[in-house]
Design a protein around this ligand. Structure first.
Ligand code: MRU
Length: 376
């Protein structure tokens, strides 16, 4: 097992194993995922040999986070094509596995379009499969490059907004190498600040109910050697009121045309707190997360997850188990409200940082201009 608790400043990796990789053993191609449900206790890989295994991995959050969902979706189509499954059926199942992150359907769509174009050009299914795999690999590479560029733009913005340096940044959910072909989105900016000696502390929201902050962001922060502190989501208000937060950095699952930002549930309350306390609220996301076809926040579909994620703690080693297999923390039969995401309106967002630059103030026109520049 890798040294996932390493705190050394020398160790600059934020994960020990890539979040996703394509392999071609003699038995046939597979998609290998770092199973994020098992972190930080153990670094275990999950091997997908078909699209339905990948759909299950996506639904259970073994693979997760908007940019990585796009990459996974594209490889999933390539997997179906290479192994001779029905590509349309696989693409439909993969794109529908989770509804909120626009990257998933975009990644699936890109690989499927490459497959279809190869066939339309007279290619056979094997050529179609190679085209789908090439599209997945390209998306993977592009995301890594986007991550590096977002980190640069984000750090420059932090330095501009907070000229004193010594940034104390609050983040929510998980946005590092575990969600990306590179070092991530918001976390990549914090990492760049850390490497430049300008990150005083990363405040990490635990991110109930599935604890992506505690399990994954703290894991990545520890590996990177940065100063970080974990807090319950409920403690964020007291941290702001104590004047301990200089900026909020979060990622996004979908950004509507008007600049509304869907991200992990609990992001919107942070935006409200940030506005009250005059703290910049910065969203970091690749252009693939901008969705011009969704006009506003009201049209974003927010995934609703099973109530047992709230009424139970996932603890398979605990003998008393509830309906979801975890330890009950509420009376049996308790109903739970469990949206996976919330939507922050553009007027609460100080800036959106992408690989193509920064949009601030956040307006439909500013986002359209950025997208047009990207397309050129
Ligand atoms: O439900 P998850 O864990 O997939 O949610 C992930 C998030 O909300 C991330 O903040 C978002 O995908 C941005 S990741 C760059």
């Amino acid at each position: 097992m890798a040294d996932q608790y390493a705190q050394s400043g020398e160790d600059k990796r934020s994960t020990g194993i890539p979040a996703i990789r394509w392999e071609e053993p003699p038995e046939g191609p597979v998609l290998v995922l770092l199973d994020q449900t098992r972190l930080p206790a153990e670094e275990v890989e999950r091997i997908c040999t078909d699209a339905s295994a990948l759909v299950e991995a996506i639904r259970s959050l073994a693979v997760r986070g908007a940019p990585l969902l796009g990459i996974a979706g594209a490889y999933g189509v390539a997997l179906a094509a290479t192994r001779g499954f029905d590509v349309d059926e696989a693409a439909t199942a993969l794109a529908g596995a989770r509804p909120t992150a626009v990257n998933l359907s975009l990644g699936v769509g890109r690989a499927r379009a490459a497959y279809v174009a190869a066939l339309a050009g007279g290619g056979d299914p094997a050529q179609g499969a190679r085209a789908a795999l090439a599209a997945a690999r390209q998306l993977h590479r592009e995301d890594a490059e986007a991550s590096t560029r977002m980190a640069g733009h984000g750090l420059a913005l932090l330095d501009e907004l907070l000229p004193g340096g010594g940034h104390r940044v609050l983040t929510h959910c998980n946005t590092g190498a575990l969600v990306s072909g590179g070092e991530g989105t918001a976390f990549a900016v914090a990492l760049a600040a850390h490497r430049a000696g300008r990150l005083r502390r990363l405040w990490v929201d635990e991110t109930r109910p599935l604890l992506q902050g505690a399990r994954l962001t703290a894991y990545e922060a520890a590996r990177s050697g940065m100063a970080y502190t974990l807090l319950t989501d409920n403690a964020a208000g007291s941290l702001f009121s104590a004047g301990e937060v200089d900026a909020v950095l979060i990622g996004a699952d979908r950004i509507a045309a008007d600049g509304s930002v869907a991200n992990k549930v609990g992001s919107y309350p942070l935006a409200v707190l940030a506005r009250y306390h005059h703290v910049p609220f910065i969203v970091v996301a690749p252009v693939t997360t901008l969705d011009p076809d969704t006009p506003s926040g009201a049209s974003i579909e927010v995934e609703q997850r099973p109530g047992f994620e709230v009424t139970e703690l996932a603890a398979p080693q605990v003998p008393v188990t509830g309906a979801g297999g975890g330890m009950p923390v509420a009376p049996l039969g308790t109903q739970a409200y469990n949206p996976a995401f919330d939507v922050t309106p553009p007027e609460l967002v100080t800036a959106i940082v992408t690989e193509e630059g920064v949009v601030s103030p956040v307006t439909a026109e500013g986002l359209a201009e950025l997208r047009a520049g990207h397309a050129r």
